[in-house]
Write a protein that binds this ligand. Structure first.
Ligand SMILES: Cc1cc2nc3c(=O)[nH]c(=O)nc-3n(C[C@H](O)[C@H](O)[C@H](O)COP(=O)(O)OP(=O)(O)OC[C@H]3O[C@@H](n4cnc5c(N)ncnc54)[C@H](O)[C@@H]3O)c2cc1C
Length: 383
């Protein structure tokens, strides 16, 4: 593509910010439109496996992100009733094995680094710029402004406006809900932070890991609760709600519930998307991240996929003579992998939340590392 074709990225989350930076670094004029009045992310952690960190290396922020995060040496899966360790995963030597570290980070810390990188790359960053609809490759904002561009990238998450051009379907509720909380690492949380992991039980699980130099513990409590009927996707919740859901769980779980109760608790509906057959519309419009393939979080790979998409999209456009050819190469390189991860993420929920937790890990282990996700390198994958 000629480098003067203007690219509009709708959405300034992890995916949109990475894409805008990579495209600007490749020489394209890029405008990023974010609905929120200020750039930011929710108060929660995110796991960045080595494949995600390779994408961040492509835009030059891998070591900054690693320095702001925590690199675990091991993780474990534990039994819900007695906290017994069922499986241990070694996480030392990830850099040597995969070419990039494995990192836990607070989302706000990651996002701040991404915004700095986008600014340094010369992206035209616009907040208070909520897309109401799109026409061709133009975006019409809620305040009536019209933003013109030559290529349109929808990185606007689960409720994507750009995706409406591909199908008039909303994201669906998956039957899973999550409560998210952060608490200072003290008392009973110290051991849990030093050896992070997941407690699994029938229809439920609790993930925990340290962020902010190990000073905060990120906790996510998952449960299957079919029939979400409330209007919103996130609701204030009470400690009693959480305690009732995990009644009979081990002392570790109770300690995390007590810690979560010291701050506000929110309950989230986990929504997802069915795979689209194509993300190339009219050779000029495309999607990435949750807008393209929102998945359940049971392999911790939604943000990783958004980062990989962003890097491959920028490489494909930069390497092609026309946007049409670039988008075809992008979809060809990415669609199969993200569809596979969407399916595996659902299967992993079934494996981890089965009726008999004692059976977990017997036989061949299937997790994000053993199914080969860490090997992928979006910097060099064929496009
Ligand atoms: C409980 C839970 C835990 C998770 N843990 C992990 C994990 O450990 N590792 C991992 O890799 N993934 C994880 N994920 C998935 C990950 O959070 C998402 O896949 C990722 O944040 C998607 O990024 P995105 O940039 O595509 O979309 P989003 O983060 O949703 O960003 C979209 C952006 O677009 C903006 N926007 C929306 N509509 C408009 C509009 N009309 N106009 C302009 N801007 C708009 C939004 O304000 C937002 O800034 C988890 C998800 C959940 C629910």
């Amino acid at each position: 593509m000629t480098r003067n074709e203007r690219i509009t990225v709708v959405g300034g989350g992890i995916g949109g910010m990475t894409a805008a930076t990579a495209l600007a670094q490749a020489g394209f004029p890029v405008t990023l439109l974010e609905a929120a009045p200020v750039f930011g992310e929710i108060g929660a952690g995110v796991t960045l496996s080595p494949n995600a960190m390779k994408g961040l290396d492509h835009i030059g922020v891998c070591e900054k992100v690693a320095a702001a995060g925590v690199e675990p040496s091991r993780q474990r899966v534990q039994h819900w009733q007695d906290g017994r360790t069922l499986v241990t995963m070694e996480r030392t030597g990830q850099r040597e094995k995969y070419g990039a570290p494995y990192v836990y980070i607070h989302r706000a810390d990651l996002h701040r680094i991404l915004v700095e990188a986008a600014r340094a790359a010369g992206v035209d960053l616009q907040t208070n710029a909520a897309a109401a609809r799109t026409e061709g490759t133009s975006v019409i904002l809620h305040d009536g402004r019209r933003i013109e561009g030559d290529v349109l990238v929808g990185a606007d998450g689960l409720k994507s406006v750009v995706r409406q051009r591909f199908e008039a379907v909303q994201a669906h509720f998956t039957g899973h809900v999550a409560w998210r909380a952060l608490a200072p690492v003290e008392g009973a949380l110290a051991d849990l932070a030093s050896f992070p992991g997941i407690h699994i039980g029938p229809g439920r699980m609790i993930t925990r890991y340290p962020v902010r130099g190990g000073s905060l513990l990120n906790m996510v409590f998952f449960a299957r609760q079919p029939g979400w009927t409330e209007d919103g996707w996130s609701l204030p919740a009470t400690p009693e709600d959480l305690a009732a859901t995990y009644e009979g769980w081990c002392e570790d779980a109770q300690a995390m519930i007590r810690a979560a109760a010291t701050g506000p608790i929110f309950k989230w509906a986990i929504n997802a998307r069915k795979p689209l057959s194509d993300w190339n519309l009219e050779g000029r419009i495309t999607l990435l991240g949750d807008a393209a393939h929102a998945m359940t979080p049971f392999l911790g790979h939604g943000a990783a996929c958004a980062i990989e998409d962003a890097v491959v999209l920028s490489r494909a456009l930069a390497a092609s003579d026309t946007p049409e050819a670039g988008l075809r190469r992008y979809v060809a390189a990415r669609h199969e992998r993200t569809t596979f991860i969407q399916a595996e993420s659902n299967a992993n929920a079934d494996r981890m939340q089965g009726q008999d937790s004692d059976l977990f890990g017997l036989g061949t282990m299937r997790d994000e590392e053993s199914i080969g996700l860490f090997d992928y390198d979006c910097r060099t994958v064929a496009i």
